[in-house]
Design a binder for this molecule. Sequence first.
Ligand code: SF4
Ligand code: SF4
Length: 538
Amino acid sequence: MTMFCYQCEQTAKGSGCTAHGVCGKDPETAALQDLLIHVAEDVSRCARKTRQNGSKTRDADVFVVEALFSTVTNVDFDPERLAGLIRKGENVRKAMGTSCAGVIEPAADLNEMIRQGESVTIQKRIDAIGPDVTGLQELITYGLKGMAAYADHARVLGKEDDAVYAFIHEAMDFLANNPSDVDALTTMALKVGEVNLAVMGLLDAANTDAYGHPEPTQARVTSIKGKCIVVSGHDLKDLKMLLEQTEGKGVNVYTHGEMLPCLAYPELKKHKHLVGNYGGAWQDQQKEFDAFPGAVLMTTNCIQKPKESYKARIFTTGLVAWPGVAHIAAQADGTKDFTPVIEAALAAPGFSEDAEDKTIPIGFARNTVMSVADKVIDAVKGGAIKHFFLIGGCDGAKPGRNYYTELAQQIPQDCVILTLACGKYRFNKLDFGDIGGIPRLLDCGQCNDAYSAIQIAVALAGAFECGVNDLPLSLVLSWYEQKAVCILLTLLHLGIQNMRLGPTLPAFVTPPVLQVLVDKFGIKPTTTPDEDLNVILG
Ligand code: SF4
Ligand code: SF4
């Protein structure tokens, strides 16, 4: 059997994974993910009709978000769980009682389901309608996948917006009709970016209402003697529940990857056994979890195939899954029992001694930065700060990402670097110093906190009475998966010009589509740090 997937930056040969995913996704899982997206489109079609009849579609709303998020890169590799979601989608659709023509009826048998998935692959659409239109359709799908990830994180913290669900159904219905009009596709892609801004705002409110605004914090990045759990992914609520359940148990908790910003939230950092961050970005996890002498909890993406050395002490929760890895499911009230994780930590050796104390500064989200806005504005007006760079996005395993390290190192001393998402691990342990007390490296948080960086840029533009494009600000973004795609669509919706994107351009953006992005938004591939800096700073 064959598969076709080109949704992430590490896609095989820069064009598409066709035999096996570089990420570890096998063809069976790929087929089930393709079928799941198709089933979700059917659910959205029926949900739109049901809503037009004035009925609520709560189960369909949550299902489509979970289906989209489950197919994001490095989230769900488990065929059984994907098959369960497909069956759930069929049940949700039927329960709405709205008839929709031409829906796919998923087979009961797993192998037959896989055959059904093979009949709706992306390659079939490329063959039928060509790569340009298929790529634009996928741009919308991937934007929706990223948006769904943010919407799901907000939902578990009680923040939802019915207009967001209505739009997701509208966009999925649009895609189900196999649109080929380039203008309509482009308009819908930008609309995804617009709605995603609202979703990121919801998530920002969810996180800050629950755990307070991040505050400047020196985060320890070395280990402390004792039993330990490391938490990776992006979910703050999972971490909070684990911290409460480990209180007084003699287990230290560490963040990993995109959980690093959690160390700056008042309601999380108040737990004294949340001791620091362990390791770096997601692609280093096999080496790092192998060496970690405790239990591992993966809350959301990005999981890699667990090595045998730690398979018995790694746990998944939420939508993330790997076959054979123990999964902590939510109970009916949303709480989770992390006892198996704690027991695994207590059974493991733990760190035998304290490592040398080393910390890095984090916690420069919008509230903190805006609280010193006057100082920042004075520094710009007085010439102490010449330029701002936003260097952020997803990190990845492919070569070429040392560009971001070199760029950050070569940026002149009179410039400030804002960063977010796991791409920051390329340089966040380097010492950048400060400009009159303003740190030169401001870590705004997770990829989920892109909203914060956008708010900072908008507020600076307001203070200088200009547009964001007129600010002395350059965006140099790294992308890897679909959350980065929806953030890019949001930035395009906001009319941000001249962004640089790397380390390679998405395979689903074909040359004609790229030309549109270049003509309309001045989007550019990254080149070399020297060349890009020369152009940016003149
Ligand atoms: S998610 Fe990325 S690596 Fe995995 S199969 Fe798709 S394109 Fe390949
Ligand atoms: S920023 Fe992207 S690549 Fe990095 S951990 Fe988050 S989802 Fe994965």
